[in-house]
Design a protein around this ligand. Structure first.
Ligand code: AMP
Length: 216
């Protein structure tokens, strides 16, 4: 199964992608996580991506297309994968299709901008293992520390409210057009993001199960 999770930053696509990844035992691939790792390690790509990411802007299509090409060539993608945060522009979606990747389903998680700003102010991430939490909706069992590796959790630079507004603008301008791009392929499914994480998970599961049922 090859899935794309679409949605504004903070809509919950990363969390849902992780849940689906565990359920179906296929990797969830986050270009944002790959870029953050490169920035942390100060690789050439990381240094080039740092400024754009911190301003809430997109990294260039060429760079992220290169990242995805390399990642999808790995063995663990043989039975499928979930893309979280890619594609984010129409040229990226076209590049994916030109790579010969046939996507089964595109799940767009929709959440109002206002709710997103509120959500993102409570988001915390682990700088060591990359796990993501929310002080209200998905707290770590170890409070201010990561419940996977114990590291002290931090607020991502790009979760700062001013940067969040800029990221939302970028989303509406550059990523939202992907909905009509995928609608024409008949693969787009809309999930309205719910207040409770588990309710969104149930809606995503239904969309995926309906697809699997129709493809037995
Ligand atoms: P995310 O964790 O998915 O919100 O991504 C964090 C940041 O990484 C974004 O704000 C962008 O600067 C960059 N990024 C991640 N994925 C992409 C992509 N597909 N295209 C361009 N920039 C990206």
């Amino acid at each position: 199964m090859k899935l794309i999770f679409l949605g504004a930053p903070g809509a919950g696509k990363g969390t849902q992608a992780e849940i689906v990844s565990e359920r179906y035992n296929i990797p969830a691939i986050s270009t944002g996580a790959i870029i953050r790792e490169a920035i942390k390690n100060e690789t050439e790509m990381g240094l080039a991506a740092k400024a754009a990411t911190e301003r809430g802007e997109l990294v260039s299509d060429d760079v992220v297309i290169g990242i995805i090409k390399e990642r999808l060539a790995k063995d663990d993608c043989a039975n499928g994968f979930i893309l979280d945060g890619f594609p984010r522009t129409v040229p990226q979606a076209k590049a994916l299709s030109e790579m010969g990747v046939e996507i089964d389903l595109v799940v767009s998680i929709e959440v109002e901008d206002e709710a997103i700003v509120k959500r993102m102010s409570g988001r915390r991430v682990c700088p060591t293992c990359g796990a993501s939490f929310h002080i209200e909706y998905k707290p770590s069992s170890k409070g201010e520390n990561c419940d996977k590796c114990g590291e002290k959790l931090i607020i991502r630079k790009d979760d700062d409210p001013a940067v969040v507004l800029s990221r939302l603008e970028t989303y509406h301008e550059q990523t939202e057009p992907l909905k009509s791009f995928y609608e024409t392929t008949g693969k787009l499914r809309i999930v309205v993001g719910q207040e409770e994480l588990a309710d969104t998970t149930a809606l995503c599961a239904k969309v995926i199960e309906d697809f699997m049922g129709g493809n037995k």
